[in-house]
Design a protein around this ligand. Structure first.
Ligand code: C2E
Ligand code: MG
Ligand code: MG
Ligand code: MG
Length: 285
Protein backbone atom coordinates (compact mmCIF):
# COMPACT_ATOMS: atom_id res chain seq x y z
CA UNK A 1 0.00 0.00 0.00
CA UNK A 2 1.37 3.37 -0.96
CA UNK A 3 2.06 5.84 1.83
CA UNK A 4 0.91 9.42 1.62
CA UNK A 5 4.40 10.69 2.28
CA UNK A 6 6.19 7.67 0.85
CA UNK A 7 9.54 7.90 -0.81
CA UNK A 8 10.53 7.35 -4.41
CA UNK A 9 8.15 7.62 -7.33
CA UNK A 10 5.16 8.76 -5.31
CA UNK A 11 7.02 11.72 -3.94
CA UNK A 12 7.67 12.83 -7.44
CA UNK A 13 4.01 13.78 -7.78
CA UNK A 14 3.75 15.63 -4.51
CA UNK A 15 2.66 19.24 -4.97
CA UNK A 16 5.66 20.38 -2.96
CA UNK A 17 8.07 18.77 -5.39
CA UNK A 18 6.18 20.04 -8.40
CA UNK A 19 6.57 23.54 -7.02
CA UNK A 20 10.26 22.93 -6.56
CA UNK A 21 10.61 21.54 -10.07
CA UNK A 22 8.86 24.63 -11.42
CA UNK A 23 11.12 26.95 -9.46
CA UNK A 24 14.11 25.07 -10.80
CA UNK A 25 12.93 25.34 -14.35
CA UNK A 26 12.31 29.05 -13.88
CA UNK A 27 15.82 29.48 -12.48
CA UNK A 28 17.23 27.58 -15.44
CA UNK A 29 15.47 29.91 -17.88
CA UNK A 30 16.78 32.89 -15.93
CA UNK A 31 20.32 31.52 -15.87
CA UNK A 32 20.26 31.00 -19.63
CA UNK A 33 19.19 34.63 -19.94
CA UNK A 34 21.92 35.72 -17.50
CA UNK A 35 24.64 34.03 -19.56
CA UNK A 36 23.44 35.63 -22.78
CA UNK A 37 22.90 39.01 -21.14
CA UNK A 38 25.27 40.78 -18.82
CA UNK A 39 24.24 39.55 -15.40
CA UNK A 40 27.32 37.42 -14.71
CA UNK A 41 30.51 38.89 -13.35
CA UNK A 42 33.86 37.69 -12.14
CA UNK A 43 35.38 38.45 -8.77
CA UNK A 44 39.08 37.81 -8.20
CA UNK A 45 40.84 36.58 -5.08
CA UNK A 46 44.61 37.03 -4.65
CA UNK A 47 47.04 34.18 -4.03
CA UNK A 48 50.06 35.22 -2.01
CA UNK A 49 53.52 33.68 -1.95
CA UNK A 50 54.27 32.81 1.68
CA UNK A 51 58.01 33.39 1.39
CA UNK A 52 58.03 36.73 -0.44
CA UNK A 53 54.58 38.09 0.42
CA UNK A 54 54.01 38.85 -3.27
CA UNK A 55 50.74 38.39 -5.09
CA UNK A 56 51.59 35.61 -7.52
CA UNK A 57 48.15 34.67 -8.68
CA UNK A 58 44.45 35.37 -8.77
CA UNK A 59 41.45 33.06 -8.86
CA UNK A 60 38.42 34.15 -10.87
CA UNK A 61 35.13 33.34 -9.10
CA UNK A 62 31.81 33.83 -10.87
CA UNK A 63 28.83 35.73 -9.39
CA UNK A 64 25.34 36.28 -10.73
CA UNK A 65 23.86 39.72 -10.26
CA UNK A 66 20.19 38.84 -10.47
CA UNK A 67 17.93 41.83 -11.26
CA UNK A 68 15.44 40.87 -8.53
CA UNK A 69 17.28 38.57 -6.15
CA UNK A 70 20.55 40.46 -5.87
CA UNK A 71 23.95 38.82 -5.87
CA UNK A 72 23.81 35.03 -6.11
CA UNK A 73 26.86 32.98 -5.09
CA UNK A 74 28.16 30.16 -7.30
CA UNK A 75 27.18 27.49 -4.79
CA UNK A 76 23.57 28.43 -5.54
CA UNK A 77 23.69 28.15 -9.32
CA UNK A 78 26.74 26.16 -10.47
CA UNK A 79 25.11 22.81 -9.52
CA UNK A 80 22.06 23.73 -11.61
CA UNK A 81 24.31 24.91 -14.42
CA UNK A 82 26.07 21.55 -14.33
CA UNK A 83 22.88 19.48 -14.33
CA UNK A 84 21.34 21.48 -17.18
CA UNK A 85 24.47 21.67 -19.31
CA UNK A 86 24.41 25.48 -19.05
CA UNK A 87 27.83 25.29 -17.41
CA UNK A 88 29.25 24.86 -20.92
CA UNK A 89 28.23 28.31 -22.26
CA UNK A 90 28.79 29.74 -18.75
CA UNK A 91 32.30 28.29 -18.73
CA UNK A 92 33.00 29.76 -22.17
CA UNK A 93 31.95 33.16 -20.88
CA UNK A 94 34.16 32.81 -17.78
CA UNK A 95 37.20 31.79 -19.85
CA UNK A 96 36.87 34.60 -22.36
CA UNK A 97 36.10 37.22 -19.71
CA UNK A 98 39.04 36.16 -17.54
CA UNK A 99 41.44 36.13 -20.51
CA UNK A 100 40.30 39.61 -21.58
CA UNK A 101 40.89 40.82 -18.03
CA UNK A 102 44.34 39.21 -17.93
CA UNK A 103 45.12 41.03 -21.19
CA UNK A 104 43.98 44.35 -19.69
CA UNK A 105 46.12 43.82 -16.56
CA UNK A 106 49.11 42.78 -18.70
CA UNK A 107 48.75 45.95 -20.78
CA UNK A 108 48.63 48.00 -17.58
CA UNK A 109 51.69 46.21 -16.16
CA UNK A 110 49.62 44.87 -13.28
CA UNK A 111 49.11 41.19 -14.06
CA UNK A 112 50.27 38.64 -11.52
CA UNK A 113 51.99 35.51 -12.84
CA UNK A 114 48.75 33.68 -13.42
CA UNK A 115 45.02 33.87 -13.13
CA UNK A 116 43.04 30.72 -12.46
CA UNK A 117 39.62 29.81 -13.77
CA UNK A 118 37.48 27.00 -12.34
CA UNK A 119 36.55 24.33 -14.84
CA UNK A 120 33.64 22.01 -14.18
CA UNK A 121 33.89 18.27 -14.69
CA UNK A 122 30.98 18.63 -17.11
CA UNK A 123 33.06 20.97 -19.30
CA UNK A 124 36.05 18.65 -19.14
CA UNK A 125 34.05 15.65 -20.23
CA UNK A 126 33.20 17.40 -23.52
CA UNK A 127 35.76 17.96 -26.23
CA UNK A 128 34.48 21.51 -26.63
CA UNK A 129 36.67 22.76 -23.75
CA UNK A 130 39.91 22.55 -25.75
CA UNK A 131 38.43 24.70 -28.52
CA UNK A 132 37.06 27.11 -25.97
CA UNK A 133 40.44 27.59 -24.28
CA UNK A 134 42.15 27.89 -27.66
CA UNK A 135 39.62 30.49 -28.75
CA UNK A 136 40.07 32.58 -25.59
CA UNK A 137 43.87 32.47 -25.93
CA UNK A 138 43.78 33.33 -29.63
CA UNK A 139 41.28 36.14 -29.27
CA UNK A 140 43.14 37.85 -26.44
CA UNK A 141 46.70 36.92 -27.42
CA UNK A 142 47.78 36.36 -23.80
CA UNK A 143 50.68 33.97 -23.13
CA UNK A 144 49.05 30.61 -22.28
CA UNK A 145 51.06 30.19 -19.06
CA UNK A 146 49.24 33.22 -17.65
CA UNK A 147 46.08 31.14 -17.58
CA UNK A 148 45.56 28.37 -15.05
CA UNK A 149 42.70 25.88 -15.06
CA UNK A 150 41.43 24.56 -11.73
CA UNK A 151 40.14 21.04 -12.02
CA UNK A 152 38.53 19.07 -9.21
CA UNK A 153 39.92 15.79 -8.12
CA UNK A 154 36.71 13.87 -8.86
CA UNK A 155 37.18 14.48 -12.58
CA UNK A 156 40.29 12.38 -12.55
CA UNK A 157 38.30 9.40 -11.30
CA UNK A 158 35.38 9.37 -13.72
CA UNK A 159 36.85 8.06 -16.98
CA UNK A 160 40.56 7.81 -16.48
CA UNK A 161 41.71 7.52 -20.06
CA UNK A 162 39.45 10.27 -21.32
CA UNK A 163 40.48 12.52 -18.44
CA UNK A 164 44.13 11.85 -19.13
CA UNK A 165 43.79 12.72 -22.82
CA UNK A 166 41.86 15.90 -22.02
CA UNK A 167 44.50 17.07 -19.55
CA UNK A 168 47.32 16.20 -21.94
CA UNK A 169 45.69 18.30 -24.67
CA UNK A 170 45.26 21.22 -22.29
CA UNK A 171 48.90 20.94 -21.24
CA UNK A 172 49.89 20.97 -24.90
CA UNK A 173 48.21 24.39 -25.21
CA UNK A 174 50.64 25.65 -22.57
CA UNK A 175 48.13 26.52 -19.87
CA UNK A 176 48.81 25.66 -16.22
CA UNK A 177 46.86 22.97 -14.40
CA UNK A 178 45.79 23.06 -10.79
CA UNK A 179 43.90 20.46 -8.77
CA UNK A 180 41.23 22.18 -6.66
CA UNK A 181 39.90 20.98 -3.28
CA UNK A 182 42.75 18.48 -3.12
CA UNK A 183 42.33 15.78 -0.52
CA UNK A 184 38.53 15.64 -0.63
CA UNK A 185 38.07 13.28 -3.57
CA UNK A 186 39.51 9.90 -4.16
CA UNK A 187 43.21 10.11 -4.25
CA UNK A 188 44.44 10.35 -7.76
CA UNK A 189 48.07 9.70 -7.12
CA UNK A 190 48.57 7.71 -10.29
CA UNK A 191 47.53 10.74 -12.27
CA UNK A 192 49.90 13.10 -10.60
CA UNK A 193 52.72 10.95 -11.89
CA UNK A 194 51.42 10.78 -15.43
CA UNK A 195 50.89 14.45 -16.13
CA UNK A 196 52.57 17.63 -15.04
CA UNK A 197 50.32 19.36 -12.50
CA UNK A 198 51.60 22.79 -11.56
CA UNK A 199 49.62 23.27 -8.41
CA UNK A 200 47.64 21.45 -5.72
CA UNK A 201 45.11 23.42 -3.70
CA UNK A 202 44.62 22.03 -0.20
CA UNK A 203 40.92 22.03 0.58
CA UNK A 204 39.62 24.56 3.08
CA UNK A 205 38.30 21.75 5.32
CA UNK A 206 41.87 20.72 6.19
CA UNK A 207 43.11 24.29 6.54
CA UNK A 208 40.37 25.56 8.85
CA UNK A 209 41.68 23.93 12.02
CA UNK A 210 45.17 23.02 10.87
CA UNK A 211 46.77 24.61 13.92
CA UNK A 212 44.64 22.62 16.41
CA UNK A 213 43.57 19.40 14.72
CA UNK A 214 46.46 16.96 14.60
CA UNK A 215 45.02 14.67 11.96
CA UNK A 216 44.29 17.59 9.61
CA UNK A 217 47.80 18.90 10.21
CA UNK A 218 49.13 15.48 9.23
CA UNK A 219 47.08 15.47 6.03
CA UNK A 220 48.31 18.96 5.15
CA UNK A 221 51.93 17.90 5.75
CA UNK A 222 51.45 14.81 3.60
CA UNK A 223 49.90 16.78 0.72
CA UNK A 224 52.75 19.31 0.80
CA UNK A 225 55.40 16.57 0.79
CA UNK A 226 53.65 14.64 -1.97
CA UNK A 227 53.09 17.73 -4.13
CA UNK A 228 56.65 18.94 -3.75
CA UNK A 229 58.10 15.52 -4.57
CA UNK A 230 56.11 15.59 -7.83
CA UNK A 231 57.19 19.15 -8.64
CA UNK A 232 53.86 20.84 -7.88
CA UNK A 233 53.38 24.05 -5.91
CA UNK A 234 50.98 24.02 -2.98
CA UNK A 235 48.26 26.58 -2.28
CA UNK A 236 46.29 26.52 0.98
CA UNK A 237 42.69 27.61 0.49
CA UNK A 238 40.59 29.52 3.00
CA UNK A 239 43.37 30.93 5.16
CA UNK A 240 41.71 33.34 7.57
CA UNK A 241 44.20 33.86 10.41
CA UNK A 242 47.84 34.83 10.79
CA UNK A 243 48.34 31.73 12.96
CA UNK A 244 47.26 29.51 10.05
CA UNK A 245 49.57 31.37 7.67
CA UNK A 246 52.55 31.07 10.05
CA UNK A 247 51.88 27.39 10.58
CA UNK A 248 51.59 26.75 6.83
CA UNK A 249 54.80 28.67 6.17
CA UNK A 250 56.60 26.50 8.71
CA UNK A 251 55.32 23.45 6.81
CA UNK A 252 56.78 24.90 3.56
CA UNK A 253 53.43 25.50 1.93
CA UNK A 254 54.09 27.79 -1.06
CA UNK A 255 51.05 30.03 -1.25
CA UNK A 256 47.93 31.04 0.61
CA UNK A 257 44.53 32.25 -0.55
CA UNK A 258 41.85 33.42 1.84
CA UNK A 259 40.20 36.19 3.79
CA UNK A 260 43.43 36.90 5.72
CA UNK A 261 44.85 38.49 2.58
CA UNK A 262 41.63 39.44 0.84
CA UNK A 263 38.10 38.38 0.07
CA UNK A 264 37.28 37.88 -3.61
CA UNK A 265 37.06 41.40 -5.10
CA UNK A 266 35.21 42.93 -8.05
CA UNK A 267 37.41 43.95 -11.01
CA UNK A 268 37.95 47.61 -10.05
CA UNK A 269 38.91 46.71 -6.50
CA UNK A 270 41.21 43.95 -7.77
CA UNK A 271 42.97 46.50 -9.96
CA UNK A 272 43.38 48.79 -6.94
CA UNK A 273 44.69 45.86 -4.90
CA UNK A 274 47.25 45.03 -7.61
CA UNK A 275 48.33 48.68 -7.78
CA UNK A 276 48.68 48.92 -4.02
CA UNK A 277 50.33 45.55 -3.32
CA UNK A 278 52.20 45.21 -6.61
CA UNK A 279 52.17 42.01 -8.59
CA UNK A 280 54.78 42.01 -11.29
CA UNK A 281 55.81 38.54 -12.32
CA UNK A 282 59.43 37.48 -12.32
CA UNK A 283 59.16 34.15 -14.13
CA UNK A 284 57.25 35.65 -17.07
CA UNK A 285 57.10 39.09 -18.63
P1 C2E B 1 36.60 26.97 -5.06
O1 C2E B 1 37.10 27.01 -6.46
O2 C2E B 1 37.21 26.00 -4.13
O3 C2E B 1 36.75 28.47 -4.54
C1 C2E B 1 37.07 28.82 -3.23
C2 C2E B 1 35.85 29.31 -2.46
O4 C2E B 1 36.26 29.59 -1.12
C3 C2E B 1 35.24 30.59 -3.00
O5 C2E B 1 33.84 30.53 -2.81
C4 C2E B 1 35.86 31.65 -2.10
O6 C2E B 1 35.10 32.84 -2.01
C5 C2E B 1 35.88 30.91 -0.78
N1 C2E B 1 36.88 31.45 0.14
C6 C2E B 1 38.05 32.05 -0.17
N2 C2E B 1 38.74 32.38 0.93
C7 C2E B 1 38.01 31.97 1.97
C8 C2E B 1 38.21 32.03 3.40
O7 C2E B 1 39.21 32.53 3.91
N3 C2E B 1 37.23 31.49 4.18
C9 C2E B 1 36.11 30.92 3.63
N4 C2E B 1 35.20 30.42 4.48
N5 C2E B 1 35.89 30.84 2.30
C10 C2E B 1 36.83 31.36 1.48
P2 C2E B 1 32.81 30.95 -3.95
O8 C2E B 1 33.30 32.13 -4.70
O9 C2E B 1 31.46 31.01 -3.31
O10 C2E B 1 32.87 29.71 -4.93
C11 C2E B 1 32.42 28.44 -4.53
C12 C2E B 1 32.73 27.40 -5.55
O11 C2E B 1 31.99 27.61 -6.76
C13 C2E B 1 34.20 27.39 -6.00
O12 C2E B 1 34.99 26.70 -5.06
C14 C2E B 1 34.09 26.66 -7.32
O13 C2E B 1 34.03 25.27 -7.13
C15 C2E B 1 32.73 27.12 -7.83
N6 C2E B 1 32.94 28.19 -8.84
C16 C2E B 1 33.19 29.51 -8.63
N7 C2E B 1 33.35 30.15 -9.81
C17 C2E B 1 33.21 29.21 -10.78
C18 C2E B 1 33.27 29.25 -12.23
O14 C2E B 1 33.52 30.29 -12.86
N8 C2E B 1 33.04 28.08 -12.89
C19 C2E B 1 32.79 26.89 -12.20
N9 C2E B 1 32.58 25.78 -12.94
N10 C2E B 1 32.74 26.83 -10.87
C20 C2E B 1 32.95 27.97 -10.17
MG1 MG C 1 46.44 29.03 -8.66
MG1 MG D 1 38.84 26.99 -7.35
MG1 MG E 1 38.67 24.96 -3.72
Amino acid sequence: RAKQDGRGILRFFSPELTARAKARLALEVELRHAIEGDELLLYYQPQTDLASGETVGLEALVRWRHPARGMIQPGDFIPLAEESGLVVPLGDWVLLTACRQIKAWLDAGLAPCRTAVNVSTVQLSRDHLIESVQHALRETGIPPERLELEITESFLMADREHAFRALAELRALGVRLSIDDFGTGYSSLAYLQRIEIHELKIDISFVRDVTTNLSNASIVKAIIALGHSLGSQIVAEGVETQAQADYLRALHCDMIQGYLVSRPLPVEETTLFLKRIGATCRDAS
